[in-house]
Design a protein around this ligand. Structure first.
Ligand code: FES
Ligand SMILES: [Fe+2]
Length: 344
């Protein structure tokens, strides 16, 4: 069952140019396209005539043209042209989805359009701020969305899955000070590591430093996780006093979009406010980001196979799963609310 009344990331602005893009979201085929005037749109990816995928077609002015017999559709899904006849039957229209382009992110609402409120979209303002350099990407993960969310919410996996990239010293990491709180439909997690060995990424960011204070602080809302990580030389006030002007900050943004019941579109960006003009450093950051996520992907896909073999066997919960438990509860509540709203 999918939570459809939710804003999901379906791409980054720069990825949507002159060619249509196909996405599967909550089990439904969707085509994204950009019109000649620069406006982005999302339609069901199925022509109203003979069901050809519109994503195989082309953008034509303010419309998208079907690759089969050339029917054209506007941003609202209205058929505006049938090359073989003048009359355009209403039955040719296709479903349009609410789509918002903001902070260089494309957000889609696959649920009931009347319940789509763009004010619920979280801000990613640093994507548009030249003080920050950023990269972005997307991975298709052959695992259900909830497993990807679980992975992000239990960072005790860092020192095992990401030893070569993010992990520091396993014993120090296990002693992280963890705070997990639910606020409305959001989970706030704070993980502080005091006076610890720097990770490979910390060294990349800070240069040679013996001991660091590290933090991983994030907020999860259904479909999106915003993550702030950073490090500063140890005992310089970055944790308790919040003095982080001498620290390195990285803002991670994760869009976790259910594709099918067993696959997820995992969108990510990482932004950093230091060495923002250093292209070589930027390339290294991108390389580390992608290798980190590939490590998660391999683990999650193996986990999905095991779960599929025995789907009814229960999972167990540890103290480090506090964020996971909150997130699963929020999802269950929102699914129930959506079912009730749809039934009424
Ligand atoms: S199937 Fe699209 S125009 Fe015929
Ligand atoms: Fe991970």
């Amino acid at each position: 069952m999918f939570l459809r009344d939710c804003w999901y990331v379906v791409g980054f602005s720069g990825d949507l140019g002159g060619a249509p893009v196909a996405r599967t979201v909550c089990g439904r085929p969707i085509v994204l396209f950009r019109t000649a005037s620069g406006r982005a749109a999302a339609l069901e990816d199925r022509c109203g005539h003979r069901a050809a995928p519109l994503s195989r077609g082309v953008c034509a002015g303010e419309t998208i043209r079907c690759p089969y017999h050339g029917l054209e559709y506007d941003r609202d899904g209205r058929c505006t042209r049938v090359p073989s006849q003048e009359h355009i039957p209403d039955t040719l229209h296709v479903r349009a989805y609410p789509l918002v382009e903001r902070d260089a992110v494309l957000w889609l609402w696959p649920g009931e359009p009347a319940r789509a409120d763009p004010r619920a979209i979280v801000s990613q303002a640093y994507h548009e701020d030249s003080a920050w350099a950023w990269n972005h990407g997307m991975l298709e993960v052959a695992a259900e969305q909830q497993l990807v969310v679980d992975n992000l919410l239990d960072l005790s996996h860092l020192q095992y899955v990401h030893q070569g990239t993010l992990g520091g010293n396993p014993e120090e990491d296990a002693a992280a000070e963890l705070t997990v709180e639910r606020h409305g439909n959001a989970v706030h997690v704070r993980r502080w590591l005091r006076n610890v060995t720097p990770s490979a990424r910390n060294v990349l960011a800070l240069g040679a430093v013996e001991r660091v204070d590290r933090w991983q602080e994030f907020v999860f809302r259904p479909g999106v996780l915003q993550f702030h990580s950073g490090a500063a030389p140890a005992n310089t006030g970055a944790l308790d006093e919040g003095r982080r002007e001498h620290a390195t900050s990285i803002r991670h943004f994760h869009g976790i979009t259910p594709a099918t019941a067993a696959s997820t579109l995992y969108f990510f960006s990482s932004a950093w406010n230091f060495r923002a003009d250093d292209a070589e450093f930027g390339a290294k950051m991108t390389e580390t980001t992608i290798s980190t996520f590939l490590e998660d992907k391999a683990l999650l896909e193996a986990q999905q196979l095991r779960l599929a073999q025995e789907p009814d066997r229960p999972l167990r919960t540890l103290r480090s799963d506090a964020g996971v438990v909150h997130a699963r509860r929020i999802m269950a509540e929102l699914l129930a609310a959506e079912a009730a709203a749809t039934a009424s």
